[in-house]
Ligand binder design. Structure first.
Ligand SMILES: Cc1cc2nc3c(=O)[nH]c(=O)nc-3n(C[C@H](O)[C@H](O)[C@H](O)COP(=O)(O)OP(=O)(O)OC[C@H]3O[C@@H](n4cnc5c(N)ncnc54)[C@H](O)[C@@H]3O)c2cc1C
Length: 405
């Protein structure tokens, strides 16, 4: 391959660029990014960045030396609008086109929204650094903040608001918001941190609309109630950024579908990070996660397969996430499924310091920890072996999920 283009200049795109050079690709490398900023790390945006403990410079994924070492053409502030000619060309929103032999799709996701959010001053979606700067500028002691979305990002925003002594309420359509992330047994132990720390919660009712004209005044709920607000932050989930791939010939269904090696149905196009719905060797089905660890760890495999022109290795990373709220560290690795058996194996829930394991039958499939990072690491190390399919299963998986399916 003489030319490779990476679309998306965030974590997955940056890691793909590093790997391309490390794995010996010496040709033309173009990196297209819709945000007009060099790659930065998102997770801090809802954590200590909001409370002012981190600054913009500390979010950078690389220094100038590393960036120069990539010998890449950067097209920042430019959006890819079409993938054409079976991955041989990319049309950009500035009217230009890039001819390319290989493509890495790393366009991640965009924040879902509700009517009025992000349009009325004082209401914000939280996904990008610019969003976080706008939120950070506004949060102040005594302000009434409504956080829409009680998932991990919403929880972190509420925690930051509480640290800044804002009067904070978390709203979520689910009765117990963290169930999809941690399962029914562990979710309440985490969600209770809000009320334990003086943050109000309103669960089981959707927020339907942000209210206000010149300035936000409140949030309307589906049951007709209105929560008064000076600031609204929306963190209700994300949608994979695949709109630009319409008509490309790729299969897209809540993400770009790939085989187990992150290769799409076009062998010269791979997808990585939040945008990729990949065939998981452990689950035997396609999965997609909005987790930093996947965006970090998928590119080496994707690049290897891209340079080989076919899938020669599967991605075998185990999903892993963390969150920091109210001084507590929450960590999870593996998979959550209804009917898993969950046991507290170390520490106590009363002390808010414990490890829980998730089993399907005799098989360990996940581990959670609150404030026990070293013990979490020990259990997490067991997961790849515990989850691994047999050798025959693995080779069946690799061929069954081939790039042309
Ligand atoms: C506030 C926040 C906090 C988070 N905290 C955690 C955490 O604690 N732990 C954790 O595991 N994960 C966390 N995450 C998730 C984690 O940040 C993501 O999983 C990770 O950023 C995914 O990286 P990515 O490169 O795949 O996609 P993204 O980071 O979404 O980047 C995709 C990039 O592609 C660009 N793009 C999109 N479309 C186009 C186009 N058509 N042309 C050009 N460029 C395009 C976008 O502008 C964006 O810059 C958090 C996310 C957010 C938003």
């Amino acid at each position: 391959m003489k030319a490779i283009t990476i679309v998306g200049a965030s974590l997955a795109g940056w890691r793909a660029a590093q790997e391309l050079r490390e794995q010996g690709f010496d040709g033309r490398l173009v990196i297209v990014g819709a945000e007009n900023r060099p790659p930065y790390d998102r997770p801090q945006l809802s954590k200590e960045f909001l409370t002012g403990k981190w600054d913009v410079d500390e979010l950078a994924l690389s220094d100038t030396g590393e960036t120069d070492g990539l010998r890449a053409e950067w097209r920042l502030g430019t959006r890819a609008v079409r993938l054409e000619h079976r991955g041989g060309a990319i049309a950009l929103d500035d009217g230009t086109e890039i001819r390319t032999d290989g493509v890495v799709i790393a366009t991640g996701a965009t924040r879902e929204t509700i009517p009025g959010a992000g349009e009325i001053p004082g209401s914000h979606l939280l996904y990008t650094l610019d969003d976080a700067l706008a939120v950070r500028d506004e949060i102040r002691a005594g302000a009434r903040v409504v956080v829409i979305g009680g998932g991990l990002v919403g929880g972190e925003v509420a925690s930051a608001c509480q640290a800044l002594r804002a009067k904070t309420t978390v709203v979520d359509v689910r009765h117990m918001p963290l169930v999809p992330t941690f399962g029914i047994e562990i979710a309440p132990l985490c969600f209770d941190l809000h009320e334990d720390n003086g943050v109000r919660t309103r669960c089981g009712t959707a927020a339907t609309r942000v209210l206000g004209t010149d300035r936000v005044t409140g949030v309307e709920l589906a049951d007709g109630r209105v929560l008064a607000a000076d600031i609204v932050v929306v963190a209700v989930g994300v949608t994979p950024a695949t709109g630009w791939l319409r008509g490309s010939g790729l299969r897209v269904r809540d993400g770009v579908l790939t085989d187990s090696g992150m290769v799409t149905r076009l062998p010269n196009v791979v997808a990585v990070g939040d945008v990729a719905r990949y065939h998981c060797v452990y689950r035997g089905q396609r999965v997609r996660f909005d987790h930093w660890a996947n965006a970090m760890n998928q590119p080496p495999i994707a690049v290897r397969n891209l340079l080989a022109g076919r899938t020669v290795a599967p991605y075998t990373g185990v999903p892993h996430l963390w969150s920091q709220q109210y001084g507590s560290t929450l960590q999870f690795a593996g998979y959550v499924r209804p009917k898993d058996k969950v046991d507290i194996v170390e520490g106590t829930t009363a002390a808010q310091r414990f490890v829980a394991t998730y089993h399907r039958g005799p098989r360990l499939i996940g581990v959670f920890a609150m404030n026990m990072p070293k013990r979490f690491a020990a259990y997490r190390r067991r997961l790849p072996a515990a989850l691994a399919p047999s050798k025959q299963q693995a080779s069946r998986e690799l061929s069954a999920s081939g790039p042309r399916r």
